[in-house]
Design a protein around this ligand. Sequence first.
Ligand code: GLC
Ligand code: CA
Length: 548
Amino acid sequence: MNQDINFLIPSVPQSPKWWRNIVMYQIYPRSFKDSNGDGIGDLQGIIDSLDYLNGSSNSLGIGAIWLSPVYPSPMFDHGYDVSDYRNIDPSFGTLTIFNRLIEAAHQHSIRVIMDLVANHTSDQHPWFIKSRASRNNSLRDWYVWRDPAPDGGPPNNWLSYFGGSAWTLDKTTNQYYLHKFAPQQPDLNNWNPKVNQALVDIMHFWLKRGVDGFRMDVVDRLLFDPTFKDAPCNLAYKKNVDPQVKKFDFSKTYYQPEVHQIIAVFRRVLDLYDAVGIGEVEARSIDFIQRFYDHGRGVQLPFDFLLLKTPWEAKKIGAHLKMYEKKLPRSSWPMYVLGNHDKERLADRIGKHNLKLAALMLLTLHGTPMMYYGDEIGLASMPLSKDKWQDAYTKNTKSDWTRDYSRGPMQWNSSKYVGFSTHVPWLPPNEFKNEQNVQEQEKGPNSILHLYKSLIKLRNNHRSLSEGTFELIYDGSEGVIGYLRSFRTEKMLILLNFTSTIKQLRLKHKGLLGTVIMRTHTHNNPQDLVCTIHLKPKEGCILKLEKN
Ligand code: GLC
Ligand code: CA
Protein backbone atom coordinates (compact mmCIF):
# COMPACT_ATOMS: atom_id res chain seq x y z
CA MET A 1 0.00 0.00 0.00
CA ASN A 2 1.23 3.48 -0.79
CA GLN A 3 1.22 5.14 2.60
CA ASP A 4 1.65 8.64 1.17
CA ILE A 5 -1.80 8.98 -0.36
CA ASN A 6 -3.90 11.95 0.63
CA PHE A 7 -6.51 10.94 3.14
CA LEU A 8 -9.86 12.64 3.08
CA ILE A 9 -9.90 13.66 6.68
CA PRO A 10 -12.14 16.48 7.85
CA SER A 11 -10.21 19.40 9.16
CA VAL A 12 -11.19 21.98 11.71
CA PRO A 13 -11.99 25.23 9.85
CA GLN A 14 -8.74 27.16 9.62
CA SER A 15 -8.33 30.63 10.97
CA PRO A 16 -5.13 32.60 10.89
CA LYS A 17 -2.97 31.83 13.89
CA TRP A 18 -5.56 29.42 15.28
CA TRP A 19 -2.97 28.23 17.77
CA ARG A 20 -3.17 31.55 19.62
CA ASN A 21 -6.64 31.46 21.05
CA ILE A 22 -7.16 27.91 22.26
CA VAL A 23 -6.15 25.94 25.31
CA MET A 24 -3.82 23.03 24.59
CA TYR A 25 -3.47 19.81 26.56
CA GLN A 26 -0.60 17.36 26.66
CA ILE A 27 -1.50 13.69 26.72
CA TYR A 28 1.06 11.10 27.73
CA PRO A 29 -0.65 8.35 25.72
CA ARG A 30 0.66 5.48 27.84
CA SER A 31 -1.12 6.93 30.85
CA PHE A 32 -4.36 8.48 29.62
CA LYS A 33 -6.87 5.68 28.96
CA ASP A 34 -6.47 1.99 28.22
CA SER A 35 -9.16 0.58 25.92
CA ASN A 36 -8.08 -3.06 25.68
CA GLY A 37 -7.16 -4.03 29.23
CA ASP A 38 -3.40 -4.42 28.90
CA GLY A 39 -2.62 -1.72 31.46
CA ILE A 40 -1.20 0.66 28.84
CA GLY A 41 -3.04 3.69 27.53
CA ASP A 42 -3.76 3.73 23.80
CA LEU A 43 -5.23 5.71 20.89
CA GLN A 44 -8.67 4.12 21.17
CA GLY A 45 -8.66 5.19 24.82
CA ILE A 46 -8.05 8.76 23.70
CA ILE A 47 -10.87 8.52 21.14
CA ASP A 48 -13.16 7.27 23.90
CA SER A 49 -12.21 10.27 26.07
CA LEU A 50 -12.72 13.03 23.51
CA ASP A 51 -16.07 14.09 24.98
CA TYR A 52 -14.27 14.80 28.23
CA LEU A 53 -11.88 17.12 26.39
CA ASN A 54 -14.27 19.03 24.12
CA GLY A 55 -17.52 19.01 22.22
CA SER A 56 -20.21 19.29 24.87
CA SER A 57 -21.22 21.88 27.45
CA ASN A 58 -19.75 19.68 30.17
CA SER A 59 -16.37 19.20 28.45
CA LEU A 60 -13.11 20.85 29.48
CA GLY A 61 -13.02 23.00 26.33
CA ILE A 62 -9.63 21.91 25.01
CA GLY A 63 -8.74 23.10 21.49
CA ALA A 64 -5.69 20.92 20.77
CA ILE A 65 -3.99 17.85 22.17
CA TRP A 66 -0.27 17.14 21.95
CA LEU A 67 0.51 13.44 22.02
CA SER A 68 3.89 12.36 23.35
CA PRO A 69 5.33 9.91 20.75
CA VAL A 70 3.12 7.07 19.57
CA TYR A 71 5.46 5.72 16.87
CA PRO A 72 6.82 2.16 16.98
CA SER A 73 9.51 2.04 19.60
CA PRO A 74 11.34 -0.46 21.81
CA MET A 75 10.05 1.92 24.55
CA PHE A 76 13.42 2.28 26.21
CA ASP A 77 12.56 5.97 26.68
CA HIS A 78 8.82 5.34 26.32
CA GLY A 79 8.53 6.41 22.72
CA TYR A 80 11.31 9.02 22.58
CA ASP A 81 13.33 6.26 20.91
CA VAL A 82 11.58 5.92 17.56
CA SER A 83 12.15 2.82 15.42
CA ASP A 84 9.72 3.79 12.62
CA TYR A 85 8.51 7.36 12.02
CA ARG A 86 5.69 6.32 9.70
CA ASN A 87 3.64 4.02 11.82
CA ILE A 88 1.99 3.55 15.21
CA ASP A 89 3.33 1.33 17.97
CA PRO A 90 1.11 -1.76 18.38
CA SER A 91 0.73 -0.98 22.09
CA PHE A 92 -1.01 2.26 21.06
CA GLY A 93 -2.96 0.99 18.03
CA THR A 94 -2.61 1.13 14.27
CA LEU A 95 -2.46 3.76 11.53
CA THR A 96 -6.15 3.12 10.88
CA ILE A 97 -7.01 3.90 14.50
CA PHE A 98 -4.77 6.96 14.29
CA ASN A 99 -6.73 8.17 11.25
CA ARG A 100 -9.91 7.59 13.22
CA LEU A 101 -8.49 9.62 16.10
CA ILE A 102 -7.74 12.56 13.80
CA GLU A 103 -11.22 12.40 12.34
CA ALA A 104 -12.98 12.10 15.69
CA ALA A 105 -10.79 14.79 17.32
CA HIS A 106 -11.52 17.21 14.49
CA GLN A 107 -15.21 16.48 14.83
CA HIS A 108 -14.81 17.54 18.47
CA SER A 109 -12.98 20.71 17.28
CA ILE A 110 -9.76 19.38 18.78
CA ARG A 111 -6.58 19.67 16.75
CA VAL A 112 -3.91 17.00 17.04
CA ILE A 113 -0.23 17.76 17.54
CA MET A 114 2.36 15.00 17.29
CA ASP A 115 5.84 14.80 18.74
CA LEU A 116 8.71 15.12 16.27
CA VAL A 117 11.83 13.46 17.65
CA ALA A 118 14.43 14.84 15.23
CA ASN A 119 17.61 14.60 17.30
CA HIS A 120 17.87 10.85 17.57
CA THR A 121 16.25 7.56 16.67
CA SER A 122 16.15 4.23 18.47
CA ASP A 123 19.16 1.98 17.94
CA GLN A 124 16.55 -0.39 16.44
CA HIS A 125 15.60 2.03 13.65
CA PRO A 126 16.47 0.52 10.22
CA TRP A 127 18.51 3.65 9.45
CA PHE A 128 20.79 2.95 12.40
CA ILE A 129 20.91 -0.78 11.77
CA LYS A 130 22.15 -0.03 8.27
CA SER A 131 24.44 2.80 9.38
CA ARG A 132 26.24 0.66 11.95
CA ALA A 133 26.69 -2.34 9.60
CA SER A 134 29.81 -1.07 7.81
CA ARG A 135 31.97 2.03 7.49
CA ASN A 136 31.09 2.62 3.86
CA ASN A 137 27.33 2.20 3.61
CA SER A 138 25.08 4.96 2.28
CA LEU A 139 23.59 5.75 5.71
CA ARG A 140 26.88 5.84 7.60
CA ASP A 141 26.88 9.64 7.80
CA TRP A 142 23.24 9.78 8.90
CA TYR A 143 24.63 9.21 12.39
CA VAL A 144 27.79 10.49 14.06
CA TRP A 145 30.72 8.06 13.95
CA ARG A 146 34.26 8.72 15.20
CA ASP A 147 37.42 6.72 15.72
CA PRO A 148 38.45 5.88 19.27
CA ALA A 149 40.95 8.16 21.01
CA PRO A 150 44.58 6.87 20.90
CA ASP A 151 43.99 5.05 24.22
CA GLY A 152 40.93 3.31 22.73
CA GLY A 153 38.52 5.42 24.80
CA PRO A 154 35.78 7.77 23.54
CA PRO A 155 36.84 10.37 20.95
CA ASN A 156 36.32 13.27 23.38
CA ASN A 157 34.96 14.12 26.83
CA TRP A 158 31.37 14.90 25.84
CA LEU A 159 28.80 13.72 28.37
CA SER A 160 25.33 12.32 27.82
CA TYR A 161 22.32 14.11 29.36
CA PHE A 162 21.35 10.69 30.68
CA GLY A 163 24.68 10.13 32.46
CA GLY A 164 28.10 8.80 31.42
CA SER A 165 29.88 9.42 28.14
CA ALA A 166 27.95 10.61 25.08
CA TRP A 167 29.83 7.98 23.04
CA THR A 168 29.37 4.23 22.77
CA LEU A 169 31.77 1.92 20.96
CA ASP A 170 30.22 -0.24 18.28
CA LYS A 171 32.34 -3.33 17.83
CA THR A 172 31.16 -4.07 14.27
CA THR A 173 33.24 -1.24 12.83
CA ASN A 174 35.28 -0.31 15.90
CA GLN A 175 34.02 3.26 15.92
CA TYR A 176 32.10 5.22 18.52
CA TYR A 177 28.66 6.72 17.86
CA LEU A 178 27.28 9.85 19.48
CA HIS A 179 24.21 9.85 21.73
CA LYS A 180 23.27 12.95 23.70
CA PHE A 181 20.77 10.79 25.54
CA ALA A 182 20.91 7.01 26.19
CA PRO A 183 23.10 4.65 24.11
CA GLN A 184 19.80 3.22 22.82
CA GLN A 185 19.14 6.66 21.26
CA PRO A 186 21.89 7.32 18.69
CA ASP A 187 22.03 10.92 17.48
CA LEU A 188 21.08 11.65 13.90
CA ASN A 189 23.64 13.74 12.06
CA ASN A 190 21.54 16.82 11.45
CA TRP A 191 24.47 18.52 9.71
CA ASN A 192 23.66 16.15 6.84
CA PRO A 193 20.97 17.69 4.54
CA LYS A 194 19.77 14.19 3.64
CA VAL A 195 18.79 13.67 7.26
CA ASN A 196 16.95 17.01 7.34
CA GLN A 197 15.13 15.99 4.14
CA ALA A 198 14.15 12.63 5.61
CA LEU A 199 12.62 14.44 8.59
CA VAL A 200 10.80 16.86 6.30
CA ASP A 201 9.34 13.88 4.41
CA ILE A 202 8.11 12.48 7.72
CA MET A 203 6.44 15.78 8.53
CA HIS A 204 4.61 15.69 5.17
CA PHE A 205 3.56 12.11 5.85
CA TRP A 206 1.70 13.12 9.05
CA LEU A 207 0.53 16.56 7.96
CA LYS A 208 -1.13 14.98 4.92
CA ARG A 209 -3.01 12.72 7.32
CA GLY A 210 -4.50 15.80 8.96
CA VAL A 211 -2.10 16.33 11.85
CA ASP A 212 -2.16 20.00 12.93
CA GLY A 213 1.42 20.44 14.03
CA PHE A 214 4.40 19.11 15.93
CA ARG A 215 5.90 19.57 19.34
CA MET A 216 9.57 19.43 18.47
CA ASP A 217 11.67 17.42 20.85
CA VAL A 218 14.94 19.05 22.04
CA VAL A 219 14.75 21.46 19.12
CA ASP A 220 17.56 23.60 20.52
CA ARG A 221 19.95 20.65 20.54
CA LEU A 222 19.59 19.16 17.06
CA LEU A 223 23.27 19.77 16.27
CA PHE A 224 26.66 19.33 17.92
CA ASP A 225 30.00 21.06 17.59
CA PRO A 226 31.36 19.72 14.28
CA THR A 227 35.00 20.29 15.37
CA PHE A 228 34.55 17.60 18.04
CA LYS A 229 36.76 19.57 20.45
CA ASP A 230 36.61 18.64 24.14
CA ALA A 231 33.99 20.39 26.25
CA PRO A 232 35.35 22.83 28.84
CA CYS A 233 35.47 21.85 32.51
CA ASN A 234 32.43 22.79 34.53
CA LEU A 235 33.68 25.25 37.15
CA ALA A 236 30.81 24.36 39.49
CA TYR A 237 31.92 20.70 39.63
CA LYS A 238 33.24 19.25 42.91
CA LYS A 239 34.15 15.60 43.19
CA ASN A 240 31.66 13.44 45.12
CA VAL A 241 29.38 16.35 46.04
CA ASP A 242 26.32 16.70 43.82
CA PRO A 243 25.93 13.94 41.19
CA GLN A 244 23.76 16.32 39.15
CA VAL A 245 26.67 18.73 38.64
CA LYS A 246 28.81 17.19 35.91
CA LYS A 247 32.54 17.48 35.37
CA PHE A 248 32.34 18.98 31.86
CA ASP A 249 29.85 21.40 30.48
CA PHE A 250 27.37 20.51 27.74
CA SER A 251 28.13 23.35 25.35
CA LYS A 252 29.41 21.07 22.58
CA THR A 253 26.24 19.02 22.31
CA TYR A 254 23.95 21.89 23.08
CA TYR A 255 22.91 24.90 21.05
CA GLN A 256 24.67 25.61 17.76
CA PRO A 257 23.33 28.73 16.01
CA GLU A 258 23.02 26.86 12.68
CA VAL A 259 20.09 24.99 14.21
CA HIS A 260 17.88 27.91 13.19
CA GLN A 261 18.44 27.03 9.54
CA ILE A 262 17.05 23.55 10.15
CA ILE A 263 14.10 24.89 12.12
CA ALA A 264 13.39 27.38 9.31
CA VAL A 265 13.11 24.46 6.88
CA PHE A 266 10.67 22.72 9.23
CA ARG A 267 8.70 25.96 9.57
CA ARG A 268 8.27 26.30 5.82
CA VAL A 269 6.72 22.82 5.78
CA LEU A 270 4.39 23.70 8.68
CA ASP A 271 3.27 26.86 6.88
CA LEU A 272 2.20 24.85 3.84
CA TYR A 273 -0.42 23.21 6.04
CA ASP A 274 -1.17 26.11 8.42
CA ALA A 275 0.27 23.88 11.13
CA VAL A 276 1.95 24.83 14.38
CA GLY A 277 5.45 24.15 15.69
CA ILE A 278 5.95 24.05 19.44
CA GLY A 279 9.56 24.06 20.57
CA GLU A 280 11.05 22.20 23.49
CA VAL A 281 13.75 24.73 24.25
CA GLU A 282 15.73 24.07 27.39
CA ALA A 283 15.50 27.38 29.16
CA ARG A 284 18.72 29.20 29.87
CA SER A 285 17.45 32.76 29.67
CA ILE A 286 14.51 34.65 28.28
CA ASP A 287 16.68 35.86 25.39
CA PHE A 288 17.64 32.31 24.58
CA ILE A 289 14.05 31.04 24.46
CA GLN A 290 12.93 33.98 22.41
CA ARG A 291 15.63 33.42 19.80
CA PHE A 292 13.54 30.45 18.65
CA TYR A 293 10.83 32.71 17.23
CA ASP A 294 13.53 33.76 14.77
CA HIS A 295 11.51 36.67 13.31
CA GLY A 296 8.71 34.39 12.16
CA ARG A 297 11.05 31.76 10.70
CA GLY A 298 11.29 29.69 13.87
CA VAL A 299 8.66 27.75 15.76
CA GLN A 300 5.50 29.72 16.49
CA LEU A 301 5.48 28.62 20.13
CA PRO A 302 8.71 27.97 22.00
CA PHE A 303 7.83 26.81 25.52
CA ASP A 304 8.61 29.19 28.35
CA PHE A 305 10.13 26.67 30.75
CA LEU A 306 11.53 29.46 32.89
CA LEU A 307 8.07 30.13 34.34
CA LEU A 308 7.86 26.45 35.26
CA LYS A 309 11.25 26.68 36.97
CA THR A 310 10.47 29.89 38.84
CA PRO A 311 9.76 29.26 42.55
CA TRP A 312 6.10 29.71 43.42
CA GLU A 313 6.55 33.17 44.95
CA ALA A 314 4.63 36.24 43.82
CA LYS A 315 7.71 38.42 43.61
CA LYS A 316 9.67 36.00 41.43
CA ILE A 317 6.76 35.06 39.18
CA GLY A 318 5.79 38.71 38.79
CA ALA A 319 9.36 39.64 37.88
CA HIS A 320 9.52 36.84 35.33
CA LEU A 321 6.25 37.81 33.65
CA LYS A 322 7.32 41.44 33.52
CA MET A 323 10.62 40.60 31.89
CA TYR A 324 9.21 37.99 29.51
CA GLU A 325 6.55 40.36 28.23
CA LYS A 326 9.01 43.21 27.94
CA LYS A 327 11.43 41.20 25.87
CA LEU A 328 8.88 39.37 23.75
CA PRO A 329 9.56 40.19 20.12
CA ARG A 330 6.73 42.09 18.44
CA SER A 331 4.08 39.81 16.95
CA SER A 332 5.43 36.82 18.89
CA TRP A 333 3.18 34.83 21.16
CA PRO A 334 4.16 33.13 24.45
CA MET A 335 3.46 29.55 25.38
CA TYR A 336 3.15 29.07 29.11
CA VAL A 337 3.25 25.70 30.83
CA LEU A 338 3.34 24.56 34.44
CA GLY A 339 4.13 20.87 34.07
CA ASN A 340 4.98 18.06 31.69
CA HIS A 341 6.15 14.44 31.50
CA ASP A 342 9.75 15.37 32.37
CA LYS A 343 9.08 17.68 35.29
CA GLU A 344 7.65 17.39 38.75
CA ARG A 345 3.84 17.28 38.95
CA LEU A 346 2.39 20.72 39.62
CA ALA A 347 0.59 19.42 42.73
CA ASP A 348 3.88 18.10 44.14
CA ARG A 349 5.82 21.23 43.29
CA ILE A 350 3.56 23.97 44.61
CA GLY A 351 1.28 22.06 47.00
CA LYS A 352 -2.42 21.40 46.90
CA HIS A 353 -3.40 24.75 48.47
CA ASN A 354 -1.90 26.67 45.53
CA LEU A 355 -3.47 24.68 42.70
CA LYS A 356 -6.51 26.87 42.11
CA LEU A 357 -4.39 29.98 41.98
CA ALA A 358 -2.09 28.30 39.46
CA ALA A 359 -5.07 27.29 37.31
CA LEU A 360 -6.43 30.81 37.29
CA MET A 361 -3.03 32.22 36.38
CA LEU A 362 -2.20 29.74 33.60
CA LEU A 363 -5.58 30.20 31.95
CA THR A 364 -5.58 33.99 32.02
CA LEU A 365 -2.00 34.72 30.99
CA HIS A 366 -1.17 36.29 27.66
CA GLY A 367 -0.21 33.35 25.47
CA THR A 368 -1.31 29.84 24.67
CA PRO A 369 -1.53 27.66 27.78
CA MET A 370 -0.38 24.04 27.54
CA MET A 371 -1.97 22.00 30.30
CA TYR A 372 -0.58 18.65 31.39
CA TYR A 373 -3.11 15.80 31.66
CA GLY A 374 -4.30 15.29 35.22
CA ASP A 375 -3.41 18.77 36.44
CA GLU A 376 -7.09 19.64 36.09
CA ILE A 377 -7.87 17.18 38.91
CA GLY A 378 -4.79 18.16 40.92
CA LEU A 379 -3.14 14.81 40.20
CA ALA A 380 -0.17 14.24 42.53
CA SER A 381 2.54 11.60 42.24
CA MET A 382 2.17 8.05 43.48
CA PRO A 383 4.35 6.23 46.02
CA LEU A 384 6.79 4.12 44.00
CA SER A 385 9.82 2.31 45.40
CA LYS A 386 12.99 2.56 43.35
CA ASP A 387 12.86 -1.11 42.27
CA LYS A 388 9.57 -0.29 40.48
CA TRP A 389 10.87 2.73 38.58
CA GLN A 390 10.49 2.42 34.83
CA ASP A 391 12.05 5.63 33.60
CA ALA A 392 15.26 4.88 31.71
CA TYR A 393 16.78 8.21 32.65
CA THR A 394 16.45 7.89 36.41
CA LYS A 395 16.41 4.20 37.21
CA ASN A 396 20.15 3.75 36.69
CA THR A 397 21.25 6.93 38.42
CA LYS A 398 21.63 8.09 42.00
CA SER A 399 18.62 10.33 41.57
CA ASP A 400 15.98 10.25 44.30
CA TRP A 401 13.33 11.48 41.88
CA THR A 402 11.93 9.76 38.81
CA ARG A 403 9.93 11.10 35.88
CA ASP A 404 7.52 8.21 36.56
CA TYR A 405 6.09 10.35 39.37
CA SER A 406 4.63 12.67 36.74
CA ARG A 407 3.39 9.92 34.45
CA GLY A 408 0.82 8.12 36.58
CA PRO A 409 -2.46 6.86 35.10
CA MET A 410 -5.20 9.43 34.56
CA GLN A 411 -7.66 8.93 37.39
CA TRP A 412 -11.18 8.76 35.98
CA ASN A 413 -12.90 7.32 39.05
CA SER A 414 -12.03 5.82 42.44
CA SER A 415 -12.16 2.15 41.43
CA LYS A 416 -9.17 -0.15 41.88
CA TYR A 417 -7.58 0.83 38.57
CA VAL A 418 -9.09 4.33 38.62
CA GLY A 419 -11.16 3.80 35.46
CA PHE A 420 -7.91 3.92 33.49
CA SER A 421 -7.89 0.21 32.79
CA THR A 422 -9.43 -3.13 33.74
CA HIS A 423 -5.91 -4.43 34.33
CA VAL A 424 -3.04 -3.42 36.62
CA PRO A 425 -1.83 -0.14 35.11
CA TRP A 426 1.82 0.14 34.05
CA LEU A 427 2.27 2.66 36.86
CA PRO A 428 0.06 2.59 39.97
CA PRO A 429 -2.61 5.20 40.80
CA ASN A 430 -1.82 7.57 43.63
CA GLU A 431 -2.96 7.34 47.24
CA PHE A 432 -5.46 10.20 46.83
CA LYS A 433 -7.51 8.47 44.16
CA ASN A 434 -10.75 8.93 46.10
CA GLU A 435 -10.60 12.72 45.65
CA GLN A 436 -8.27 13.08 42.69
CA ASN A 437 -10.53 11.57 40.06
CA VAL A 438 -12.78 12.97 37.36
CA GLN A 439 -16.02 11.33 38.49
CA GLU A 440 -15.74 12.63 42.04
CA GLN A 441 -14.75 16.12 41.00
CA GLU A 442 -17.58 16.36 38.48
CA LYS A 443 -19.97 16.17 41.44
CA GLY A 444 -18.45 19.02 43.43
CA PRO A 445 -18.94 22.65 42.36
CA ASN A 446 -15.83 23.62 44.36
CA SER A 447 -13.53 21.07 42.76
CA ILE A 448 -10.38 21.93 40.84
CA LEU A 449 -11.89 20.28 37.76
CA HIS A 450 -14.94 22.52 37.98
CA LEU A 451 -12.69 25.57 38.20
CA TYR A 452 -10.68 24.48 35.14
CA LYS A 453 -13.88 23.98 33.15
CA SER A 454 -15.25 27.39 34.13
CA LEU A 455 -11.95 29.12 33.41
CA ILE A 456 -11.53 27.55 29.99
CA LYS A 457 -15.11 28.36 29.09
CA LEU A 458 -14.59 31.96 30.15
CA ARG A 459 -11.35 32.16 28.19
CA ASN A 460 -12.89 30.60 25.09
CA ASN A 461 -15.76 33.11 25.23
CA HIS A 462 -13.76 36.28 25.89
CA ARG A 463 -11.26 37.53 23.39
CA SER A 464 -9.64 39.76 26.03
CA LEU A 465 -8.54 36.57 27.82
CA SER A 466 -7.58 34.51 24.78
CA GLU A 467 -6.08 37.12 22.48
CA GLY A 468 -5.95 40.36 24.39
CA THR A 469 -2.98 42.49 25.34
CA PHE A 470 -1.25 42.16 28.71
CA GLU A 471 -0.40 44.88 31.18
CA LEU A 472 1.12 44.07 34.55
CA ILE A 473 -0.55 46.15 37.27
CA TYR A 474 0.75 44.50 40.47
CA ASP A 475 4.19 42.96 40.10
CA GLY A 476 3.99 40.65 43.10
CA SER A 477 6.23 42.71 45.37
CA GLU A 478 3.38 42.92 47.92
CA GLY A 479 2.42 39.28 47.45
CA VAL A 480 -0.25 39.98 44.82
CA ILE A 481 0.13 39.71 41.06
CA GLY A 482 -2.38 41.65 38.99
CA TYR A 483 -2.65 42.14 35.27
CA LEU A 484 -5.03 43.56 32.76
CA ARG A 485 -6.05 41.71 29.60
CA SER A 486 -7.73 43.89 26.98
CA PHE A 487 -9.28 43.35 23.59
CA ARG A 488 -10.92 46.42 22.03
CA THR A 489 -13.25 47.70 24.78
CA GLU A 490 -13.33 44.45 26.75
CA LYS A 491 -11.07 44.56 29.80
CA MET A 492 -10.41 41.90 32.41
CA LEU A 493 -8.40 42.43 35.56
CA ILE A 494 -6.83 39.36 37.09
CA LEU A 495 -5.73 39.41 40.73
CA LEU A 496 -3.76 36.62 42.37
CA ASN A 497 -3.09 36.60 46.09
CA PHE A 498 -0.05 34.40 46.69
CA THR A 499 0.09 35.15 50.42
CA SER A 500 -1.50 33.39 53.38
CA THR A 501 -3.24 36.54 54.54
CA ILE A 502 -6.32 38.43 53.39
CA LYS A 503 -5.53 41.22 50.96
CA GLN A 504 -7.67 44.25 50.40
CA LEU A 505 -7.24 46.05 47.10
CA ARG A 506 -8.76 49.24 45.72
CA LEU A 507 -10.05 48.67 42.29
CA LYS A 508 -10.07 52.00 40.68
CA HIS A 509 -8.09 51.53 37.54
CA LYS A 510 -8.07 54.45 35.15
CA GLY A 511 -11.64 55.35 36.07
CA LEU A 512 -12.97 51.82 35.63
CA LEU A 513 -14.86 49.73 38.14
CA GLY A 514 -14.89 45.96 38.30
CA THR A 515 -17.50 43.24 38.43
CA VAL A 516 -16.17 40.03 39.91
CA ILE A 517 -16.94 37.32 37.40
CA MET A 518 -14.91 34.47 38.82
CA ARG A 519 -13.15 33.60 42.06
CA THR A 520 -11.11 30.53 42.83
CA HIS A 521 -12.60 30.01 46.27
CA THR A 522 -16.30 30.74 45.88
CA HIS A 523 -18.03 29.87 42.70
CA ASN A 524 -20.88 32.30 43.04
CA ASN A 525 -22.71 34.45 40.57
CA PRO A 526 -21.21 37.68 39.28
CA GLN A 527 -21.23 40.34 41.95
CA ASP A 528 -22.16 43.95 41.60
CA LEU A 529 -19.62 46.56 40.67
CA VAL A 530 -17.10 46.83 43.47
CA CYS A 531 -14.55 49.47 44.47
CA THR A 532 -12.49 47.35 46.81
CA ILE A 533 -11.99 43.65 46.87
CA HIS A 534 -10.94 41.28 49.63
CA LEU A 535 -8.88 38.35 48.48
CA LYS A 536 -8.70 35.35 50.75
CA PRO A 537 -5.33 33.61 51.26
CA LYS A 538 -4.25 31.98 47.98
CA GLU A 539 -7.32 33.33 46.24
CA GLY A 540 -7.43 34.56 42.68
CA CYS A 541 -10.20 36.39 40.89
CA ILE A 542 -11.19 37.83 37.55
CA LEU A 543 -12.97 41.15 37.28
CA LYS A 544 -14.56 42.61 34.22
CA LEU A 545 -13.79 46.30 34.15
CA GLU A 546 -16.38 48.77 33.03
CA LYS A 547 -16.76 52.53 32.89
CA ASN A 548 -18.00 54.04 36.13
C1 GLC B 1 12.84 15.27 25.57
C2 GLC B 1 11.65 14.52 26.07
C3 GLC B 1 12.10 13.52 27.10
C4 GLC B 1 13.07 12.56 26.45
C5 GLC B 1 14.22 13.33 25.81
C6 GLC B 1 15.02 12.43 24.91
O1 GLC B 1 13.44 16.04 26.55
O2 GLC B 1 10.70 15.43 26.58
O3 GLC B 1 11.03 12.83 27.67
O4 GLC B 1 13.56 11.64 27.38
O5 GLC B 1 13.74 14.38 24.99
O6 GLC B 1 14.28 12.12 23.76
CA1 CA C 1 -4.00 -0.62 25.92
